[in-house]
Design a protein around this ligand. Structure first.
Ligand SMILES: [Zn+2]
Length: 254
């Protein structure tokens, strides 16, 4: 089996992160092989129901199996995502689908109440997301890569980045990809996770989003992405991430 530290450079980087007291994704996953379960807190913040599941569902399932607590925060409830349905009707359907997906992943769902297609990043929402993340006391946070064609994905990413910058940086931040090429852009992973063992569990979670044409989600790139990231790592299926590096002081807030 290939190491999760797939390059010497990555090993050095994660060693440096560990020396700062940060929990890294590889160290957390490696811990399950040699040490007791993690008991760490993991947050994944996505723009819509189905984004966390398709972007990093295999990794979330793997982290949960290793003994870590998973919380999935949905910025919007996908109100605009079902043609022919009102926002209220679509939100009710998609909220239940997200709850079902979280059951498959043994994750806790949280809905912030922003509106699909009309998401905002302002001071009020930075404070709200910052507080939400702080209350969870996470060790690792996942969110969208900020370069993405979908504005809601960008807003989810920016709100999370601003929260990370403003909070004591005791947690690591990783970006995931969704429908790369069609949505996520210019994404070059720094870290990979072998999801061979949890690929089917991930698929079950994605398939809970019945209203979103799950086969279409896989055909629009996710099957190829799992295969390609797996090839890069040397395993059957993988997920790729970009790790926010450095310990920035002072913040970059407005
Ligand atoms: Zn989305």
């Amino acid at each position: 089996m290939p190491s999760l530290f797939n390059t010497r450079r990555q090993f050095m980087k994660n060693t440096a992160a560990a020396s700062l007291g940060l929990v890294t994704l590889p160290s957390l996953l490696l811990a399950q092989k040699n040490n007791p379960p993690g008991n760490k807190k993991i947050i994944c913040l996505g723009g819509h129901p189905d984004d966390p599941e398709s972007g990093c569902g295999g990794t979330l399932a793997k982290l949960q199996k290793a003994g870590n607590d998973i919380t999935i925060i949905y910025l919007t409830t996908g109100e605009a995502g079902i043609p022919g349905k009102t926002h209220d009707e679509a939100a009710a359907i998609r909220k239940q689908e997200a709850i079902n997906a979280c059951k498959v992943l043994n994750a806790k769902p949280v809905f912030t109440g922003q509106i699909d297609g009309d998401s905002v990043c302002n001071n009020e929402w930075v404070s709200r997301i910052q507080q939400l993340i702080a209350d969870e006391k996470p060790d690792i946070v996942f969110t969208h890569w900020p370069l993405d064609r979908h504005k809601d994905h960008q807003v989810a990413s920016l709100l999370t980045i601003q929260s990370w910058l403003r909070l004591p940086q005791t947690f690591s931040l990783y970006f995931f990809e969704v429908c790369t090429g069609e949505q996520t852009l210019i994404f070059h992973p720094t870290d990979y996770v072998d999801i061979t063992d949890t690929q089917e569990q991930k698929k079950k979670a994605v398939y809970c989003h019945v209203s979103q044409d799950p086969p279409g989600i896989y055909n629009c790139g996710h099957a190829a992405m799992e295969d390609f990231r797996g090839r890069e790592l040397g395993v059957k299926a993988g997920e790729g991430f970009v790790r926010m590096s450095g310990k920035l002081q002072g913040g970059m807030g407005f």
